[in-house]
Design a binder for this molecule. Structure first.
Ligand code: NDP
Length: 333
């Protein structure tokens, strides 16, 4: 059983010393347990936070233990009445080829409803993050303008489409022309701004948002967010979902202070984690599934192949190599 463990806590961008490949025997399957063969693993920006030994909303990864994270797998041996060989399941079994799980640790997936990978993306954690962050905190109203950073990623691309369903003007900020074309041509965003090539993001925002900004869905933090904050409308709402531009910084990122802006605009800024909504996941997944079936939502996936490429795929999140959900395919069903 190949596993990837956290060998060293990274400072700045993780590198080859951060991760180590090890081989271990697969544990025996006891009553009430199943043996899972990993098919896909999810790589997610929040995992960078878990590599540091600091208090957060999820526990830090332990040194020399398998990197934990969302995965999809197939049951290949079962000593549980609830699962049989061939069932597809999802859970937190992390970066390893095989995993022995208790029957309550994983959730079954019905492969006939949607491709199984959607349970790590649009019908899974990132879709639910978009759904609750936007609707519960952003509260978009018809005719308003929303700006989304990290717009072509898994969360951002879903936020923009839900905002379109709600009748808003949607402006996405992302890091390549290919991503901007994707947002405008395939997802019907009204405008897109390539933050890597622009000389003046503020004037681009002014052009794209002639009526100002009512909702800013923030996935990236840093200077992009500083620019957006200068153009808020009164009573703007700002769901703080992520700050990926700062995750690999070695020193605390200090930017313009926003208190005065929030006062002047009576604006509301609220951080959140998707886990806050765990008692409503069913509602969210049902609605997302319905929109998907009705063709109101679509999604893209960037799928890397091969267990050995998991660490590099993880780093691709910070290099902006993905459009939509980034996954690694580890084995065939
Ligand atoms: P994405 O699919 O959006 O992938 C990450 C993207 O971030 C990259 O493709 C890249 O796109 C962009 N990015 C990377 N570095 C920078 C940078 N320095 N400045 C600006 N953009 C950058 O990942 P997710 O959809 O999974 O996550 C998006 C955000 O949401 C993350 O911040 C994540 O931590 C957060 N999140 C929060 C959750 C919560 O519960 N609050 C749950 C899930 C995610 P580009 O080419 O545009 O730079």
């Amino acid at each position: 059983n190949k596993q990837i463990i956290l060998a060293k806590r990274p400072q700045g961008m993780p590198d080859n010393n951060t991760f180590q490949f090890v081989k271990k025997d697969v544990a025996d399957v006891k009553d009430g347990q199943i043996l899972i063969k990993t098919l896909y693993v999810s790589v997610d920006p929040y995992m960078r936070g878990r590599m540091e030994n600091v208090e957060s909303y999820v526990e830090p990864f332990k040194l020399n233990e398998v990197i934990d994270g969302g995965s999809i797998g197939e049951v290949i041996e079962s000593k549980s009445d609830r699962f049989k060989e061939g069932d597809v399941v999802t859970g937190m079994f992390g970066w390893q080829e095989y995993y022995v799980a208790g029957e309550n640790e994983v959730r079954p997936i019905d492969p006939s409803i949607a491709p199984i990978t959607t349970h790590l993306g649009i019908l899974g954690m990132t879709g639910l993050t978009a759904y609750f962050g936007l609707l519960d905190i952003g509260k978009p109203k018809e005719g308003e303008t929303i700006v989304i950073s990290g717009a072509a990623g898994s969360v951002g691309s879903t936020v923009g489409q839900i905002a379109k369903i709600k009748g808003t003007r949607v402006v996405g900020i992302a890091g390549s022309d290919e991503k901007i074309s994707y947002l405008k041509d395939e997802l019907n965003f009204d405008e897109g701004i390539n933050y890597r090539t622009t000389d003046d993001i503020k004037s681009d925002l002014q052009r794209a948002c002639p009526d100002g900004i009512d909702v800013y869905f923030d996935n990236v933090g840093g200077e992009i967010s500083d620019a957006v904050m200068t153009q808020l409308n009164r009573y703007a709402r700002i769901p703080i979902c992520g700050a990926i531009s700062t995750y690999n910084m070695e020193e605390t990122d200090i930017g313009p202070r926003v208190q005065q802006t929030l006062i002047k605009k009576s604006a509301l800024m609220q951080g959140f984690t998707v886990g806050n909504y765990s008692d409503r996941f069913k509602e969210g997944a049902q609605q997302l599934g319905q929109w998907l079936q009705e063709g109101k939502l679509t999604y893209r996936e960037t799928i890397r192949e091969g267990f050995d490429n998991i660490p590099d795929a993880f780093l691709d999140l910070f290099r902006g190599k993905n459009i939509g959900k980034l996954l690694v395919k580890v084995a065939n069903r």
